[in-house]
Design a binder for this molecule. Structure first.
Ligand code: ZN
Length: 431
């Protein structure tokens, strides 16, 4: 980024490490003093805050998990006196109790800064009009996008999700330049704009999208329909303030994350040891200045990998790849960790394949086999199935370091479901 950075600090690696060590030591003291739950956790691990003298000591610390959030309901990980709290957010929690997270004023302010950095990274100016089409209320999404937008100095249009008619009216009448939405909402708006023939009457240039799985094909489609110059994948979770933990930059070479706000570790989901730089693993986060409910080695179960080296955009904050799936979806095949997202990544390079696939694992005579059924793209003829299957199989072998049998099947023949599609059929017996 060549222009002046108002919100994203320019920090070199050593400066980031210094901030991280100081923040880590503060967090451990703060959590030990303020939270009986953390105090017990550290006691059980035989740890005192003073035991952490360098960032290498991070691996000695116990993990925090979603179970800790449930066990501590209604105010898990609370580490400040209650009078210091100014806000409570919660996430939907698919099973059982909601995840509830508490905020002090400083937490809200830090979150505001993180979100403002996202708008800066997306190249917005104070003249931008930002239509926020995500959930308001207890959810963090709407509140986060709006806080950051106003702090950044652009104009927020807090519409919330749904209500297509009002969305369309504001996009045209207010000259909205940036949408904040899920990928499916962006697609819906794009299709409506096409249907109503409004492409020439709107000023949309950018979309910041997140919160749900999307395919690159879906992304290209809404970029086309909305006539966007850029779209940006945003990361974040309620446990870590909310949206705005990181954002893609204009170079679209991964997600810059705010390493002065939290430490990101990438760990093998099975051994819990750090993976080699650049390898895929589970994101584990430790906050550096979060007061209300700090996180110490919180297991997100999201998979990604660090992207080493400097980004061509000039921003010094480190990068990780997009979220490549959930660690719960990991397959161990002949001793190799395989994530469905890796397979999707390979298929993306083959225009003649669709985006639907299914992995079948079997075991005969103690030997595992993997068979992947992949749909042919719509309107592609079956003549070249053997050649296509071979090419995909070779590319998968190179990417996964494991050999899979590939079968190309008709478009539309694999099961589909909204929500989580079951892609893995594991028929191996645990013998
Ligand atoms: Zn960049």
């Amino acid at each position: 980024m060549s222009q002046e950075q108002r919100f994203i600090p320019h920090l070199d690696e050593q400066q980031i490490r210094d901030i991280q060590l100081e923040g880590l030591q503060w967090t451990l003291r703060h959590a030990t003093t303020g939270s009986p739950a953390y105090r017990k956790k550290f006691d059980d691990a035989g740890l005192k805050p003073g035991d952490v003298q360098s960032l290498d000591d991070l691996v000695k610390l116990p993990f925090t998990s979603v179970e800790d959030l449930r066990d501590g309901y209604p105010m898990p990980l609370l580490s400040v006196p209650e009078e210091d709290l100014v806000r409570i957010h919660a996430s939907s929690g698919t099973t059982g109790k909601r995840k509830v997270l508490v905020y002090t004023q400083k937490d809200v302010d830090d979150w505001k800064i993180m979100m403002a950095r996202c708008y800066e990274l997306a190249g917005l100016s104070r003249l931008d009009r930002v239509q926020i089409c995500v959930g308001y209320g207890l959810w963090t999404a709407g509140a986060g996008f709006q806080l950051g937008c106003e702090h950044f100095g652009a104009t927020a249009l807090p519409v919330g999700p749904g209500n297509l008619e009002i969305q369309m009216q504001l996009i045209t009448d207010m000259g909205t330049t940036c949408l904040c939405s899920t990928a499916s909402m962006a697609l819906l708006l794009g299709e409506e704009i096409e249907k109503q023939g409004l492409r020439d009457k709107i000023k949309l240039e950018k979309c910041i999208f997140g919160a749900e799985a999307h395919t690159p094909k879906m992304r290209r489609r809404f970029e086309d329909l909305l006539g966007l110059k850029h779209s940006f994948d945003i990361t974040g979770m309620t446990e870590l303030y909310g949206p705005g933990a990181g954002l893609e930059c204009m170079a679209h070479e991964g997600v810059h994350y705010w390493a002065d706000m939290y430490i990101l570790e990438i760990l093998d989901p099975v051994t819990h040891l750090p993976v080699a730089p650049g390898e895929i693993g589970e994101m584990v986060v430790t906050t550096l200045r979060k007061e209300g409910a700090p996180l110490v080695r919180y297991r997100t179960h999201d998979l990604t990998r660090l992207l080493p080296g400097a980004c061509s955009c000039g921003v010094s904050m480190p990068r990780h790849d997009k979220i490549l799936g959930r660690s719960d979806d990991m397959i161990i095949f002949r001793g190799v960790n395989i994530y469905p997202g890796q397979i999707a990544g390979v298929l993306e390079k083959f225009p003649d394949t669709g985006s639907e696939y299914q992995i079948q694992l079997t075991r005969t005579g103690g030997r595992d086999s993997m068979r992947i059924r992949i749909e042919r793209a719509k309107d592609v003829r079956a003549d070249n199935d053997p050649g296509l299957g071979k090419a995909v199989s070779d590319a998968l072998h190179k990417q996964l370091l494991a050999r899979a049998g590939v079968e190309i099947v008709d478009f539309g023949s694999l099961p589909r479901s909204f929500g989580k599609t079951k892609r893995v059929i594991d028929e191996r017996d645990d013998d």
